[in-house]
Design a protein around this ligand. Structure first.
Ligand SMILES: [Zn+2]
Ligand SMILES: [Zn+2]
Length: 136
């Protein structure tokens, strides 16, 4: 799959991801909504070593997820775009929201999680693996 580049809204932060994501899917949880400002989030999970910060300064914010795990979001110090995230429940894995990528056209979500929270205007693809809460 090669390498994909990404950048934040102001362009200060640039990242590079290489190879296939470990998994990819849509999350309808409240945290993702707050983080992205969108009705749901499409997330790609990579091994930490697949994701490189090329330029820019990152701030981080830690919070406790629904699951009880601690999550840390990394965001551009200047414009606030979410760049990546880590989760104590998934050691060694970094999550990336599709919106940070310069070209997300290769992305194919495999699942939906937190379908119990789906907003009424969103259509769920029933052919995917869907979970009422987190992925098992
Ligand atoms: Zn920025
Ligand atoms: Zn979520």
């Amino acid at each position: 799959m090669g390498t994909h580049t990404g950048k934040c809204l102001c362009g200060d932060v640039t990242i590079e991801v290489s190879g296939e994501p470990v998994m990819q899917g849509n999350c309808h949880c409240i945290d993702c909504r707050k983080n992205t400002g969108a009705g749901f989030a499409t997330i790609l999970f990579f091994k930490e070593e697949q994701v490189s910060l090329i330029s820019g300064e990152i701030n981080s914010y830690q919070y406790t997820a629904d699951s009880g795990n601690k999550k840390t979001k990394h965001f551009c110090k200047r414009c606030g775009s979410v760049v990546s995230g880590i989760n104590t429940g998934r050691p060694g894995i970094k999550s990336i929201y599709v919106g940070i990528l310069d070209d997300g056209s290769f992305v194919k979500p495999e699942f939906n999680v937190y379908t119990s929270r789906v907003l009424p205007y969103i259509n769920i693809d029933e052919t995917l693996n869907n979970f009422e809460k987190g992925k098992q």
